[in-house]
Design a protein around this ligand. Structure first.
Ligand code: FMN
Length: 254
């Protein structure tokens, strides 16, 4: 089992480097780790019929690792250029092309990754405006095309003037260090998601029927169609609220 840290910051010993180091030094015993600093590599696109030893070397490192940890600051509200360039140049290795131009996951399919990014703005501002969102989204988009499975993400906001990472983030790094030490063949959260869905529906149905009880005073709920329509409307409103919470509020990064 091997974890590869990929540092893509302008600063070799900055906060992303510290965060990455904190994750890697907390992997379980027996797990091998290695860090590569992308600025040390001359990463250029692969040219047809020409050898590209740098891409081959990096590809080899990716292949020999089970988990990749990307640590890249947010620059101009986007992913750092060096990581974006790495993704762009690695595209032919990340995906295979079908005859119609569609892509399918390439040779790294079913490996795992963890993303780390940081920004100057405060946790509250990042929560409200989502400064780091694009950085995570770009990593997720590329990894999804390559068939690489996400294990989580760590955001470090409020880095202006910060010299050392806060204790809470160090604890998060420790948690992820252990989490990524266990090899999982596939995204094994499917069963968990079905169980969550079952309980969500059961609770929503209960709340809906609870709301319908006092409605008996103002409408004939014992009529099948009125019962059905009121149930559907109340259930829909509850579902919309939950989906809004899950997609917009819970997934906001702080
Ligand atoms: C070119 C550049 C662009 C940046 N753009 C943003 C930005 O749009 N929003 C923000 O909050 N911080 C921005 N920052 C601050 C970086 O996110 C911050 O320097 C980073 O957290 C430091 O990470 P490091 O110590 O690993 O280098 C920018 C920094 C640089 C160098």
């Amino acid at each position: 089992m091997k974890v590869l840290g990929i540092l893509a910051s302008h600063q070799e010993h900055g906060l992303n480097a510290q965060m990455l180091d904190e994750v890697l030094k907390n992997v379980d015993e027996g797990v091998e780790t290695e860090t590569i600093y992308l600025e040390n590599y001359q990463i250029t696109p692969h040219k047809y019929h020409e050898k590209n030893p740098v891409l081959d070397e990096l590809s080899e490192k990716l292949m020999s690792s089970d988990v990749w940890v990307f640590a890249a600051p947010t620059y101009w509200r986007e992913l750092s250029g060096v990581l974006k360039n790495f993704f762009d140049c690695m595209r032919p290795k990340f995906v295979y092309f079908k005859e119609n131009g569609d892509t399918i996951p390439g040779k790294f399919k079913d490996k795992h990754y963890l993303s780390i990014t940081s920004c100057y703005v405060s946790p509250l501002e990042n929560f409200v405006t989502g400064v780091t969102d694009e950085s995570f989204k770009t990593i997720d988009r590329v990894m999804s095309a390559a068939g690489v499975i996400k294990t989580g993400e760590i955001v470090l906001p409020g880095t202006f003037g910060m010299k050392e990472i806060p204790e809470a983030k160090k604890r998060l790094a420790v948690k992820y260090g252990h989490k990524i030490s266990h090899k999982k063949r596939k995204d094994d959260s499917t069963l968990k998601r079905y169980i969550q869905l079952f309980f969500m529906i059961a609770i929503m149905a209960l709340i809906t029927m609870g709301i319908q009880v006092p409605l008996q005073n103002i409408m004939p709920i014992d009529n099948f169609w009125i019962n059905y329509i009121s149930f559907t409307v109340i259930f829909f409103v509850l579902l919309a609220c939950i989906l809004h919470f899950v997609t917009f509020v819970k997934h906001r990064r702080r």
